[in-house]
Design a protein around this ligand. Structure first.
Ligand code: NAD
Length: 486
């Protein structure tokens, strides 16, 4: 079977999902879906009309009246079934992600199967959404703290992990007893439709989960303005996050925002330098660097710098770039042309400021959206590459002399998502992890984004956490009930 054929039977039948019904184009406007490995459009995504959006909101509102009082055991059972269906369908879902998003098949498969763990974690934790009893001041009084679902949520999920990001928002909202309308990533839509089919087949009541597509700014404006929506959840860039936060803030709606980062990596003199370089070369090319928590600003101690660069460039420059469906591909294309243009512009700015490009640096001549692993050195800290999230395979590497200098430079940006430290000194690890302004610190390995651990940022990288025991916090309101027998 030709994986890129427009008639391939394996690609998802794209649709809206409203009130338990899959709705195909039927005269609606829409947009092409393009394979980033070829630049060729091979499917068509229907857009929601304003009536579709209102129907989805009404369905979520109606469903909430039942779902909010559903037993946690029932929610748990459905989420467990979701996990089973994810594992069963993972090969087909993964293949479609590679087709419309570009990442190598093995990475797509890992993205999907990991989501079964997220669904199971939420199935377990939703049975433990406890309130508490506060000792009263008089015997006749009973004081209860109850945690209630906040209501209908609007979720906006990105294209870099199209299955994972949608699944995580959905299971957190549904596990808490909320219902939701989700706008997925139009560039890479198959995973979200596959997720809707999984919820449908797992027995989730109609209206609890709805999927809409369209022009992002139009959809978010309409959904957030609706009085039905009580909370928004968004993963994407800081710029868009701020504009959605302003819309939500105007009506005092709750929000969980997982936004951009520019994660510093501190490699100390006493680290296992070659091992760190090997690890970073592979971690940085995962999803072609289009990962919000990707290691992305490298600060290497001057005494370890040459060893690090040799080891890092030795691997990074030689990685095989190609179609994610090809067996030997180690890094796929970027997800769309916007990212290729962004890479070129960041490299050009660094060059203009005196930087050296050790490998890569130019888009690859082909029909697809390929940009090679690129290492840039010798740029000043105010070069765009050091201040703007690259979201791609371009890595700036710089030297530092002292721990305090490295910390000051690492903390200098308004971002605060992930950070990475490589050292064999417990004292350095302790000191630095206390002082890094980041929502996550990973020391000597990549230990982030597990189902049981919280993921979230500080500063302009967002607010709230996904995963861990914190996962339901953003979807629950605290109600205090005081009752007396008199
Ligand atoms: P973008 O900022 O235009 O879009 C980012 C995401 O937000 C996309 O999924 C898009 O559909 C959505 N979006 C955009 N405008 C929206 C709106 N008004 N309402 C609702 N959703 C909206 O940029 P892009 O070119 O698609 O991606 C590049 C940048 O996005 C990267 O530099 C990175 O900072 C950020 N990004 C971050 C993540 C993450 O995991 N935090 C994921 C994807 C993209």
């Amino acid at each position: 079977m030709d994986a890129h054929s427009p008639t391939t039977p394996a690609y998802e039948q794209l649709a809206l999902y409203i009130d338990g019904e899959f709705i195909e184009a039927a005269g609606r406007r829409g947009q092409d879906v393009v394979n980033p490995a070829t630049g060729v459009a091979f499917a068509r995504l229907p857009h929601a009309t304003t009536e579709d959006l209102d129907r989805a909101l009404a369905a979520a509102s109606k469903a909430f009246q039942g779902w909010r009082f559903s037993s946690p055991l029932e929610r748990s059972k459905i989420l467990r079934r979701v996990a089973e269906l994810i594992r069963e369908r993972a090969p087909a879902i993964a293949r479609n992600i590679t087709l419309d998003q570009g990442k190598p098949l093995a990475e797509a498969l890992q993205e999907v199967t990991t989501c079964a763990e997220h669904a199971e974690w939420h199935a377990e934790e939703c049975r433990r959404i406890y309130g508490r009893v506060i000792p009263p001041r008089a015997e006749a009084v009973r004081q209860l703290v109850i945690r209630e679902p906040v209501g209908v949520c609007a979720a906006f999920t990105p294209w870099n992990f199209p299955f994972n990001q949608a699944l995580r928002k959905a299971v957190a909202a549904l596990g808490a007893g909320c219902t939701l309308v989700l706008k997925g990533p139009e560039d890479s839509p198959s995973a979200v439709v596959a997720l809707a089919r999984i919820f449908h087949d797992a027995g989730l009541p109609a209206g609890c989960f709805n999927v809409v597509w369209g022009v992002p700014a139009e959809i978010s404006r309409h959904l957030i303005a609706s009085p039905i929506v009580r909370k928004i959840s968004f993963t994407g860039s800081t710029a868009v996050g701020k504009s959605l936060a302003a819309l939500a803030g105007a009506q005092m709606k709750r929000m969980t925002l997982e936004l951009g980062g520019h994660s510093p990596v501190l490699v100390f003199e006493d680290a296992e330098v070659e091992a760190a370089a090997r690890f970073l070369a592979r971690t940085k090319t995962r999803n072609a660097g289009q990962v919000c928590m990707a290691p992305s600003r490298f600060f290497v101690h001057e005494k370890a710098y040459d060893r690090f660069i040799d080891a890092f460039a030795g691997i990074y420059a030689g990685l095989t770039v190609g179609d994610g469906l090809a067996q030997d591909t180690q890094m796929g294309p970027l997800a769309h042309l916007r990212r290729v243009d962004a890479m070129e512009s960041l490299v050009a700015d660094a060059r203009a400021r005196g930087a050296a490009v050790l490998c890569g640096g130019e888009r690859l001549a082909s029909g697809g959206y390929f940009f090679p692993p690129t290492i840039v050195t010798g740029m000043p800290d105010d070069a765009r590459l050091m201040t703007e999230e690259p979201f791609g395979p371009v890595v700036p590497v710089t030297r530092f002399r002292s721990t305090e200098e490295a910390l000051a430079r690492a903390n200098a940006l308004p971002y605060g998502l992930a950070s990475y430290v490589f050292t064999n000194s417990l004292a350095t690890a302790h000191h630095v992890s206390n002082r890094l302004e980041a929502g996550m610190v990973s020391i000597n390995h990549f230990g982030l984004a597990l189902a049981e651990t919280p993921l979230g940022g500080v500063k302009e990288s967002g607010m709230g956490s996904e995963g861990g025991t914190e996962t339901f916090d953003g979807y629950l309101a605290t109600k205090f009930v005081s009752q007396s027998t008199l």
